[in-house]
Design a protein around this ligand. Structure first.
Ligand code: CMC
Length: 424
């Protein structure tokens, strides 16, 4: 039997159904609220609002649990490569051998970008932030792939999905090489997704590129950890853009824009900058005090999360991976020591304990990226390559949902009431 909540306003009562998911909090069905009461719900930042129902990713923020299609992230990282995780997120289950082969083949068919798109890069300044290039180039894909723009055609939606997953590493590596003044790379389809990305990033035509298995494994793991995270700001942006029936390339470009901000995907770049500014361990208490000071806008980057009120499970894996990678590559990084000490001090501080502020996924990723030779401006770009899988999975789910409507929030108007026009 459906449970209901009773809401009484000015003596009039209405019943609001309580919706049950498979896990997690139930949700009050507010769809009839305005019609029945003339009231809106008010929830800036959507802190108490479920914007959709979804069966892709589940987070239990209090317990620090993250599931992709029901599988704990730790098990996915242990047993899958990135394209297997991508298949799982998009199609709902782990691929068998034949499905895996087919999916890899399909993605590999689409790794190149239209030759004419290459000239777009030359319109950017060499010092452009690669995220600026990503927003522009991914949006421009809609000008090239007209045969996958019909969002009502499921096979076109699937081709767009494959194209986006396949082309993102190529575009990211092109953006990086453009900033370096190096030739724009081409993909090599007999390599894995992670190998191909690294080769496009770092190979030069004059030298043989050596694939490093430690670096490849670390990047593949980072891709998996960033692949989806339910209705975060960028995913919600993709869904909102998609709800107006915009084409998938435009929707993903909007997701990249939302990801760029330092409160979201841009935090990984900001963490490294912060650790470098802290510089030495003795300065940590000073920065902790700044973070706690209400009159100072400074926040500990890589700490806190809207949903996790416990250690982010991705951060736990990333922390371990960080140690392994630095050890295997024989790198001694004083920045890692500052990070560990900062984490220790923050986790013992009453302010952070009381507000349940734990390290998030971005806290350690920057240190691994640096160890792998990836510059800070590319951190969020790599996040966007991985998150494209989540964005397209969520976009496809929404497009197939018969309950889907254009996203159109309302507002609490606090401006002038109607007034008569008078010349000043
Ligand atoms: N350092 C110091 N204080 C903090 C921090 C922090 N990193 N994060 C939150 N707080 C405080 C905040 O001042 C507030 O205090 P009070 O209740 O006294 O006003 C309280 O904790 C709750 O913060 P909030 O801003 O209301 O929480 P939110 O859910 O709106 O924001 C967040 C979540 C991730 C934007 C925020 O924690 C933050 O800015 N963290 C730093 C940036 C960061 O690491 N972002 C990456 C997030 S994970 C990856 C991703 O999403 O892409």
């Amino acid at each position: 039997m459906t449970r209901k909540a009773i809401l009484t306003i000015d003596g009039k009562s209405i019943e609001l159904p309580i919706l049950q998911g498979t896990c997690g909090p139930e949700a009050l069905d507010m769809r009839g609220l305005y019609q029945e009461t003339g009231l809106f719900s008010y929830d800036p930042g959507f802190t108490s609002t479920a914007s959709c129902s979804s069966n892709i990713t589940y987070i239990d923020g209090d317990a620090g649990i993250l599931l992709y299609r029901g599988y704990p992230i730790e098990q996915i990282v242990e047993n899958c490569n990135f394209l297997e995780a991508a298949f799982l997120l998009i199609y709902g289950d782990i691929p068998n051998y034949a499905q895996k082969q087919d999916f890899e083949k399909m993605i590999n068919q689409h790794t190149m970008v239209h030759e004419q798109l290459r000239s777009f890069f030359h319109g950017f300044r060499r010092d452009a932030h690669p995220m600026a290039i990503m927003v522009g180039i991914v949006g421009a894909l809609s000008a090239f792939y007209h045969d996958s723009l019909d969002i009502d055609d499921t096979s076109q939606r699937e081709i767009a999905t494959h194209r986006l997953i396949a082309k993102m590493p190529t575009i990211a590596a092109m953006a990086f090489n453009y900033s370096k003044g190096r030739p724009l790379p081409y993909p090599q389809n007999d390599l894995t997704y992670a190998q191909n990305f690294l080769k496009m990033m770092f190979s030069v035509p004059t030298e043989q590129y050596q694939i490093n298995p430690i670096i490849t494994k670390a990047i593949d793991r980072i891709f998996i950890l960033h692949a989806d995270h339910e209705q975060n700001a960028s995913t919600s942006t993709v869904r909102l853009a998609g709800s107006s029936k915009a084409n998938p390339f435009a929707c993903i470009a909007s997701g990249i824009a939302a990801l760029w901000g330092p409160a979201h995907g841009g935090a990984n770049e900001a963490v490294l900058a912060m650790l470098k500014t802290i510089g030495t361990k003795d300065k940590i208490p000073e920065f902790i005090e700044k973070a706690k000071n209400k009159n100072d806008p400074f926040r500990l980057m890589g700490f806190g999360h809207r949903v996790y009120k416990n250690y982010d499970p991705r951060a736990r894996i990333m922390r371990q991976s960080c140690h392994e990678v630095l050890e295997q590559l024989g790198i001694h990084d004083p920045i890692l020591e500052i990070a560990i000490e900062l984490e220790r001090i923050a986790l013992e501080d009453p302010y952070f304990i009381e507000k349940k502020l734990y390290p998030n996924v971005d806290f350690y990723s920057g240190i691994i990226f640096s160890a792998l030779g990836i510059p800070p401006s590319m951190f969020t770009v790599i996040f966007s390559v991985a998150r494209t899988v989540g964005w397209v999975a969520q976009w496809n789910e929404m497009m197939a949902d018969p309950a889907q409507k254009i996203g159109r929030p309302r507002q609490l108007y606090v401006g002038n009431p109607e007034r008569k026009f008078q010349k000043p």
